[in-house]
Design a protein around this ligand. Structure first.
Ligand code: PXL
Length: 277
């Protein structure tokens, strides 16, 4: 397997199994050298805890970037997730423009919303800035809510294939060639991901577990990034990430006290096995 260096930019939620505490172990398990740029430090994530601390690290980013440039450090890929401020997104764009090797890849998970609503603390300025990041992405990994906010298409809980097609069409006009739309479900028993590449569309469906878990988007995006950078083709990487995410959820079902995240750690051997075969 090639040995690649990836930079992932997202927050540290100290407790809550999301963002960097998921991306770092998942990418490492995929055999990637994983460098991190924390976008913010929070005591917990914002999805269900109250009274969390939030330290925005936007102002630290230029000096970190300058130091890396002095050391002539480049990355094979940049993978972004939850970003701390709209202003930060311009800095992230500059890192993408200047710190990738030729042919380096950019994966953007526009982590900012779910279930029809923006996450606590974000506003339309964040969505506008995120739209610019999407134009720089080789792969965009939105859920339905994020896809609607980014494209300006109306969010619906009930939809059909024609709705998804129109949404993807509108979203792709932002300039992204590859999109994986997560959490797309046409019937109660199944859900899946729509894998869209230059106008070609495929749907990978799997069992739907009738309970939502926080952090599944981060597990999905990290596993996709790991599998894709390890040379799996686009569809296959999207499928491996979906299978991994289902295992993470299966591991967590039955433990009602574990509402804040998924127990992804015990599914890591399965992910490594999927990458080996
Ligand atoms: O999992 C997405 C995410 C990441 N980081 C923080 C969050 C959330 C979702 O709520 O609050 C801080």
């Amino acid at each position: 397997m090639p040995y690649k260096r990836v930079l992932t930019i997202q927050d540290i939620s100290c407790v809550g199994q999301c963002s960097l505490t998921v991306a770092l172990p998942v990418l490492s398990a995929c055999g990637l050298e994983t460098c991190i740029l924390p976008s913010a430090v929070l005591s917990t994530h914002t999805g269900g805890f109250t009274g969390f601390t939030f330290r925005d690290l936007t102002d630290d980013i230029p000096a970190i970037q300058r130091h890396w440039q002095k050391e002539k450090i480049l990355f094979d890929a940049v993978y972004t997730g939850y970003l701390g401020s709209a202003r930060q997104i311009a800095y992230v764009l500059d890192i993408i423009r200047t710190m990738l090797v030729p042919g380096g890849r950019t994966i953007v998970d526009p982590a900012m919303a779910d279930n029809g609503r923006l996450y606590t603390g974000f506003d339309s300025a964040h969505v506008d800035a995120m739209r610019q990041l999407c134009a720089a992405a080789d792969v965009l990994l939105p859920n339905l809510t994020e896809a609607c906010l980014l494209s300006g298409y109306p969010y619906r809980e009930q939809y059909d294939e024609a709705y998804i097609d129109a949404l993807l069409e509108k979203l792709s006009s932002l300039g992204t060639q590859r999109i994986i739309l997560t959490g797309v479900s046409f019937c109660p028993e199944e859900t899946g991901v729509v894998v869209w590449e230059n106008g070609q569309k495929a749907y990978y469906r799997h069992r739907r577990i009738p309970r939502g878990f926080h952090g599944t988007g981060d597990a999905y995006a990290s596993a996709f990034t790991g599998a894709w950078l390890q040379g799996r083709d686009f569809y296959n990487a999207a499928k491996i990430a979906a299978d991994f995410t289902v295992r993470c959820i299966d591991n967590t079902l039955g433990d009602d006290s574990h509402w804040y995240g998924v127990k992804f750690e015990t599914a890591l051997p399965d992910l490594i096995h999927m990458l080996d075969t």
